[in-house]
Design a protein around this ligand. Sequence first.
Ligand code: BES
Ligand code: MN
Ligand code: ZN
Length: 495
Amino acid sequence: MKIGFSKTALPLAGAVIAPVFEDADPTAAHAVLDAATSGALAKAIKAADFSGKKGRVLDLVGLQGMESARIVIIGAGKRADFSLLDAEALGGDAIGPILKTRAKSAVFALDGFSTDAVPAGDAAARIALGALLKSYRFDKYRTRLEQDQKPALEKLTINTPTANAKTKFAELEKIAEGVAFTRDLVSEPPNVLYPESFAARCKELEALGVKVTVLGEKEMQKLGMHMLLGVGQGSARESKLVAMEWMGGKKGAAPVAFVGKGVCFDTGGISLKPGPGMDEMKWDMGGAGAVAGAIKAIAGRKAKANVVGVIGLVENMPDGAAQRPGDIVRSMSGQTVEILNTDAEGRLVLGDAVWWTQEKYKPKTMVDLATLTGAILIALASEYAGLFTQDDKLADQLQQAARTSGDPLWRMPLARAHFDMIKSDVADMKNIGPREGGSSTAAAFIGKFVKDGQSWAHLDIAGTAWNKKDKPTCPKGGAGFGVRLLDEFVRANCE
Ligand code: BES
Ligand code: MN
Ligand code: ZN
């Protein structure tokens, strides 16, 4: 779908979308449509008892004077409450029904649509972004789609007299490309996306000026990353560690580092997961996917910041060579770990990945993202990702970025007690705690590999990486959660 901006008169055919506030006069664009239909639009709105409530859609066809058009009126809610994120949701909610029709082109009629908080250019750009995010599809393996199941919409035009909408959108489009990159990675089946092929996709980012380094098992052996390697030792696929560097900031300035869990498939290993739903563990690389997508967005928009993304890529399989419960492994940090459950593998991957990241980059700040625990879903459902940190300033920065980006976070506890709960009788720590507080002990485990004084936060995205149902700016499937959050974190704190 191509997106363009235009200032010329509204077309009176095809799909025309016009937003209305619940409590404000209709926009200039709306008045044009009403005049073109000799008042039939106003009558239809009245007859349908349409109030302009947020997200409500009124889909009208065959109105007098615009017989060949489809007019979609969408509620924008109360004018004073309208936010940038509301504009995105509006764009997605309005385009949703049109994507299900055979319309080849659609127009957002936005003349006069603005508020004090959301000026016309931002409204237009954000509406376009929402529509773009909503139109994402992952159809590459559907070879027998009926003609009427294929997306028909080829062109979306944003009709607004505002000059800066296009420039504002150009930057947002780069972020959308990062989100789509992550959604693709998360959606790919595990026979296609495994450590080596994931690393190859990261290599594509070199075209944007990102330096991409891939370590294989031999290099990781040499570095002593036995904790990460232990997770992949039952897999036929070679484990990889990928580092992506975007150095768009001051030369020599310490970077911010994002570290992602990339378990390309998590069977649980010898502590095998139950069969039903195990296919979902193809997206156990959602943290790594978010880091790669964020680097794509940040490099794509040429952010003036030094940012590195490090992802640990493994496949957790049961096998004659697989790691056993009871094994003790030595991490790159030198600390030893008693493996009591091979299904608590993400923390093992991350522990070595965060240690390596600190040794290599001495980052100013480090944030890791991981689909780490089922327990975070019990606590927060799919509404928030869990935020764990002992650094209050970093927590504030991340929560602010969460509010601005629309990738929500909820702060969870990480205390001395959680570190005590993973003490082992035979090694420096064990890889699981008791059932209670499972997300916090998982965070504490990673914290054992964070150096004193290092600013660090952990985000548990097990509940947010995958959407079970459609959302305003995301069809069901891979969510791309974290891309916009990290991009916004960089924009607000590192540029
Ligand atoms: N990848 C899972 C966590 C997960 C669960 C992600 C559901 C997405 C949806 C992780 O590796 C895992 O298996 N965690 C275990 C830890 C337990 C063995 C301590 C869990 O949460 O049950
Ligand atoms: Mn697991
Ligand atoms: Zn896992």
